[in-house]
Design a protein around this ligand. Structure first.
Ligand SMILES: [Zn+2]
Length: 373
């Protein structure tokens, strides 16, 4: 099971310049290799292989001082990244689709590079990251890594530097009984509810953050546009957003780990952007973003642990009775489900979670029938 740990980097001024140069060199390498492939495709309708580009890069390092200052394996990772984009492109052509040709990366659209083997060009030490050609960069390690570091990614987000360490954390959670199934409903009153009546509360920091964000947001709108105080207020607002995002991600990982360790079959509602309510209220939009991220994390963990993961359309799951399927209309403020037909009484979200589980199991049904025959 692979888990990613993300930490903020604090390079000194010299190191920050080196990091920027390195990112820019990786970007140019990516674009130069893309140009080679494009030209060959246009002239001869042939593709350039990754191995050919890797060999070209090896000799090019002898004459290009910028390329010479890239760690060789990390440069290969950038060329492989391009190769992946092309493989996806050709796969989609084969499937009869009309994909867009892989694009040149403009400045700002290329934000990271990777060291595919820990220790080759990058090594995470206690509170420091040793980077070839850059030196020892300070790391704020707010939680320790678990397991053995496999790959190291260096990333720039809005001017700030981060390191993302992908770790192998062993075989994942202990084996579970096979018939442990769960249906999950996400909501505003509770962060999530299960079909078995368990509720996970919205984390407290969300409330605190909302208050801070409102205050910081008002401070921004009070300041004169283009003024220096406004820029400061904007920076403060961004810092709060970043802190909230970090705490939220940690919380999501924790809740997801717990669920995956307990259930072999997980059904959740599919939250595509189109069926999410676009709402301008701050609390609502934060929850929207949170659920999507949480379900993505949960899905990744479930899949890597070998659990069955099913997404079902959420329409009507809160209105239908999980006991008899009768439609019991209720507004958002009604917290109880009470069915006039079969008399079932349940907390509203638990009823929804039961419907989600039933839909998820129904989707898997044909497979089971085939096995039985
Ligand atoms: Zn009923």
């Amino acid at each position: 099971m692979i888990n990613a740990f993300k930490y903020r980097l604090y390079p000194n001024a010299h190191q920050a310049r080196e990091l920027e140069t390195m990112l820019e060199t990786h970007r140019r390498l990516y674009n130069e290799c893309l140009a080679q492939r494009k030209e060959r495709y246009e002239i001869a309708q042939k593709s350039v292989k990754y191995t050919q580009q890797s060999a070209w890069f090896k000799s090019e390092r002898g004459v290009n001082e910028w390329y010479a200052r890239l760690n060789f394996s990390s440069a290969q990772a950038t060329m492989r990244r391009l190769d992946k984009a092309f493989q996806a492109f050709f796969r989609r052509i084969k499937a009869g689709e009309k994909p867009g040709y892989p694009r040149f990366k403009a400045r700002g659209r290329f934000d990271s590079w990777t060291y595919p083997a820990h220790g080759d060009g990058a090594r995470l030490l206690d509170g420091q990251l040793r980077l070839q050609h850059v030196g020892l960069v300070k790391v704020r390690q707010h939680r320790p890594v678990e397991g053995a570091v496999k790959t190291v990614q260096v990333k720039n987000e809005a001017g700030k530097w981060f390191v993302i360490a992908s770790c192998n954390i062993g075989d994942g959670p202990a084996p579970r009984a096979e018939d442990t199934s769960v249906g999950l409903d996400v909501g505003l009153a509770y962060f999530l509810s299960t079909d078995q009546g368990e509720h996970v509360d919205n984390p407290r920091y969300q409330k605190e953050a909302l208050r801070q964000l409102r205050i910081a947001g008002r401070a921004v709108s009070r300041k004169r546009k283009g003024g220096r105080n406004r820029a400061k207020a904007v920076a403060r607002l961004r810092a709060i957003h970043a802190r909230v995002a970090n705490k939220r991600r940690d919380y999501h990982h924790k809740v997801a780990r717990d669920l995956v360790s307990r259930y072999a079959f997980i059904a959740a509602e599919s939250l595509t952007v189109s069926n999410m309510v676009r709402n301008r209220r701050l609390s609502r939009s934060i929850s929207d973003a949170g659920w999507r991220q949480f379900l993505n994390i949960l899905r990744a963990k479930a899949e890597s642990a070998g659990s069955v993961w099913v997404e079902v359309p959420p329409q009507g799951t809160s209105q239908a009775c999980s006991g008899c399927d009768t439609l019991v209309r209720k507004s958002l403020s009604v917290r109880q489900h009470h069915c006039p037909e079969c008399g079932l009484r349940l907390q509203r979200d638990v009823n929804a979670a039961r419907n989600i589980l039933a839909r998820g199991q129904a989707r898997m049904e044909p497979v089971r029938l085939n096995v039985a025959q």
